[in-house]
Ligand binder design. Structure first.
Ligand code: ADP
Ligand code: MG
Length: 388
């Protein structure tokens, strides 16, 4: 039985009828371009093989029933029952706020979504910086788009999913996660300009180059991360104001030294240096991939990590340990990925050294007394799609 058939069978068991269809949307890992998406900048994520799968049936009576296989086992929570017309941002709906927020965002945008029965099951690790939340949102958006015949293009669904997370759930994230989940394609990284959502699918065939990209989930999450994101965001906005630009995207890398001289606040100066240089690292990475010089991406990743650690200060000892242990064991480069303060890192390595690199990271974690990290290869996979 395929994963889609399994989720459809669970739906039948739960609701007593067959779903109208089954959809899947992946988690993502970001190769390079961090804390750039809320500055109108560049990012370069790839979709993971891990997906949120949703079996959904349309309802026309205004009711919304939502269930998750994982939330059920974790908390004993059953079906969450809501009224589509009564959805209000900030309502205490727990995890169900992610799919419910999408219904709210679609309705707010004027789309006639009158209700649904939804059963979800996800293989995306939660809270690991791999966007399990965006996967839930995007799979819900795609299913409802199709069941209600809305015909919205994938980037528009991603923006509505982001709105759900920003306004309904209350997380001030940029648009990268939802765009990655909605728009990535197998075998590619997505070069995304978050200012106008211009996309380019960049071939990323690591096996052809004898390389591997590892995801290392540190399995830690530091409480510090909660307020830090908003603080970094405010600091970047202050930097843009001081430089007289709408967003830091407009500061060209070539004039960065002059721009930095005009900033008095050392914290703001460091944030600006990170954002402008990380945008440039995305462009360098794309040029290297286009030139087939994939190995040379490694040092760019490590440079990006140093910038996140020293200038933006969003790393943590466990993420720094992944990077130092991996590079010491011969990896080509590594960086934290996602919001930081825990979560995951990516490591670029020769394929035939991947096992030794992974073992070195595990040994370093054991030596420091950290719980064992979860390590798996990042295989660039398909974005959101119908699967049954
Ligand atoms: P990330 O997106 O990096 O995994 P977030 O904190 O943004 O981390 O989102 C994680 C949250 O998403 C979980 O705490 C939970 O509320 C929700 N979530 C993700 N996957 C599931 C699932 N399969 N079932 C129920 N809730 C889920
Ligand atoms: Mg998330």
């Amino acid at each position: 039985m395929s994963a889609a058939e399994k989720v459809a069978a669970q739906f039948r068991e739960l609701y007593g009828t067959a779903p109208d269809g089954v959809w899947a949307a992946p988690g993502r890992v970001n190769l390079i371009g961090e804390y750039t998406d809320f500055n109108d900048g560049f990012v370069m994520p790839l979709a993971l093989p891990h997906t949120a799968v949703a079996a959904v049936a349309r309802r026309t009576d205004g009711r919304l029933r939502i269930h998750s296989a994982e939330a059920d086992t974790a908390s004993g929570q059953g079906i969450v029952q809501l009224d589509a017309a009564g959805l209000r941002p900030g309502a205490d709906t727990g995890w169900a706020a992610y799919p419910a927020g999408v219904v709210w965002a679609l309705r707010e945008a004027g789309h006639p979504v009158a209700g649904a029965d939804i059963h979800l099951s996800s293989t995306v690790p939660t809270g690991a910086g791999l966007s399990s939340s965006a996967a839930l949102e995007v799979v819900t958006a795609l299913a409802l788009d199709e069941l209600y015949g809305l015909g919205l293009p994938a980037p528009e669904l991603a923006v509505l999913a982001q709105r759900a997370e920003n306004a309904f759930v209350g997380v001030p994230c940029g648009v990268m996660d939802q765009m990655a989940s909605a728009c990535c394609t197998e075998g590619h990284v997505l070069h995304l300009d978050t200012r106008d959502l211009t996309q380019r699918q960049v071939p990323f065939d690591l096996p052809a180059h004898g390389l591997r990209l590892l995801v290392v989930d540190t399995r830690v999450k530091h409480a510090l991360g909660d307020g830090a994101y908003a603080e970094r965001r405010a600091g970047c906005e202050a930097g843009a104001r001081a430089l007289g630009v709408r967003t830091l995207r407009e500061v060209r890398y070539e004039v960065l030294p002059e721009a930095l001289e005009r900033l008095d606040d050392p914290t703001v100066r460091a944030y600006v240096r990170h954002v402008v240089s990380d945008n440039h690292r995305v462009e360098r990475t794309m040029a290297l991939l286009d030139a087939g010089d994939v190995r040379a991406v490694g040092p760019v990743l490590s440079e990006g990590h140093a910038s996140l650690r020293d200038d933006l200060r969003v790393s943590c000892p466990e993420l720094d340990l992944v990077v130092s242990a991996a590079v010491a064991a011969g990896a080509l480069g590594a960086r934290m990925t996602g919001g930081g303060f825990g979560g995951s890192a990516v490591v670029l390595t020769e394929a035939d050294a991947a096992d030794a690199v992974a073992a070195a990271v595990e040994a370093a974690f054991a030596a420091e007394g950290h719980p064992a990290p979860r390590i798996f290869p990042a295989v660039p996979s398909a974005g959101a799609r119908r699967v049954l």
